[in-house]
Design a protein around this ligand. Structure first.
Ligand SMILES: Cc1ncc(COP(=O)(O)O)c(C=O)c1O
Length: 438
């Protein structure tokens, strides 16, 4: 048999029986094929969480790059420290200071995006079956990592003010009763992906106190924290607790994801293990990327540039909120104060995953809510991202989405009571997302 595209023979995977058990957690999503179609230019994609890198002045990046090559070429092209370039680690302290964090550069570990930091922390702490607590919903890329280490992800109720402390207490008590080992709480307190919500200032000390009382480490993932639209930047959980929190940061949303540079700020004891794990995984993060970012931070008005990004994303959020008000007034959604995402509640009878093929036919794409749950939840939700499309395209996309939802409702009304279009069971497997779904 030949592949229709490349003429390559298609063979069954000869090594299927050899994979480690945990590799079964790495399965391709059936929505992956749809997203391949959704990347066509005529489709308005509200699915991927891509930053609008065109808002970054190219000349500033080019100038940083040229300085690095002129002045430090041989080091930039060489292997470097497993912990990261010292000058950049020092500059990262300035970035985190904007969120009230004071720390030592000794405890900063530079990683290949914060995604790698997520992987390393999970590798260090999780044995198969260990529990990770996470918001409901949670970041799809983290769920994928947790699954690959065979963790048991338990979602905790999350509302418009973020993680609900009472629900966290109850979940811990219940798990303790079941003699489960809870290893850490994974949380995105600011401008959550995908929920768009921010943990309120009142809840922050409470969440920290609950974790302290129960000896639970916090993994604070904060790639969007500086992208606040109107309010001051929220202080990080790490700014309130030095020993109980591993903080993850990234240059992906405030500069560019193409550099693949993020970092972890860890309590001193953990930091050592993290560096060893990073060295075992990749020897060292890219010297070249780190040095270009370091030079950019030294030369450019990076704080001003982040303000530019805030303005761009605020305008896009407003365009999306306006279009939702106009075309889908009967649905419910949150109003994000920063970041990239709006989380939409659909009527109970609509299934966002089942509806996606119709959406792609109508030339609009979104991410179904099920991608953000480890337990099959989220069928009546979808995530919309406003970071990448222009305001004009956002309006076109939401208008199309309204047509999709209306069409789906009409179809269900037509077959109501016949049982022909009943929803599949909740236990249906939720599979890994396509690559642009961060
Ligand atoms: C919540 C969250 N954490 C981590 C990441 C990974 O970011 P990075 O590009 O730094 O690996 C993303 C990317 O979208 C994200 O949304």
């Amino acid at each position: 048999m030949n592949d229709a595209r490349g003429g390559q023979p298609i063979t069954l995977d000869r090594w299927l029986g050899h994979y480690a058990l945990r590799a079964s957690g790495l399965s391709a999503s059936e929505v992956r094929a749809l997203f391949a179609v959704a990347s066509r230019p005529e489709v308005v994609s509200l699915a991927g969480g891509m930053p609008y890198v065109r808002a970054l002045p190219e000349d500033l990046v080019r100038s940083a790059l040229e300085s690095v090559m002129t002045n430090e070429g041989p080091s930039a092209l060489q292997y470097g420290s497993g912990q990261g370039v010292p000058r950049l680690r020092e500059q990262i302290l300035d970035v985190m200071a904007l969120e009230g964090i004071s720390a030592s550069m000794d405890n900063v570990v530079v990683t290949t995006g914060s995604q790698q930091a997520l992987d390393l922390v999970t590798k260090l702490f999780i044995d198969p079956g260990d529990v990770i607590l996470a918001e409901a919903p949670s970041y799809v890329g983290a769920i994928g990592v947790f699954r690959s280490y065979e963790a048991h992800v338990v979602h905790v109720l999350t509302d418009h003010d973020g993680l609900v402390p009472e629900a966290l207490r109850e979940a811990i008590a219940q798990l303790r009763q079941e003699k489960k080992r809870i290893k850490f709480l994974y949380t995105i307190p600011n401008f959550h992906n995908p929920a768009g919500v921010t943990l309120s200032a009142e809840r922050r000390p409470e969440i920290l106190a609950i974790c302290q009382e129960n000896d639970i480490l916090i993994l604070e993932d904060n790639p969007y924290g500086l992208l606040s639209f109107d309010q001051p930047v929220p202080p990080a959980l790490r700014s309130l607790d030095e020993d109980g929190v591993i903080y993850l940061g990234s240059f992906s949303k405030t500069l560019a994801p193409g550099f693949r540079v993020g970092w972890a700020l860890a309590p001193h004891a953990i930091r050592e293990k993290l560096v060893l794990a990073a060295e075992a995984a990749i020897l060292c993060p890219s010297s070249f990327s780190q040095m270009v970012i370091s030079e950019y931070l030294a030369q450019a008005d990076w704080r001003g540039q982040i303000d530019e990004f805030r303005g761009v994303y605020r305008e896009r959020r407003d365009a999306m909120l306006g279009a939702l008000d106009e075309h889908l007034p009967d649905l419910a959604w949150n109003i994000p104060q920063g970041g990239f995402y709006i989380w939409v509640d659909l009527p109970e009878q609509l299934d966002s995953k089942a509806m996606l093929p119709r959406a792609v036919t109508e030339l609009v794409a979104y991410t179904p809510g099920t991608a953000f749950f480890a337990d099959g939840g989220g069928r009546h939700n979808l995530r919309l991202s406003f970071s990448y499309p222009t305001p004009e395209n956002i309006r076109v996309g939401i208008r199309r989405l309204a047509t999709v939802i209306q069409g789906e409702q009409d179809l269900l009304d037509t077959f109501a009571g016949t049982g022909i279009l009943s929803l599949p069971s909740v236990s249906e497997n939720v599979t890994a997302p396509p690559p642009d779904m961060s």
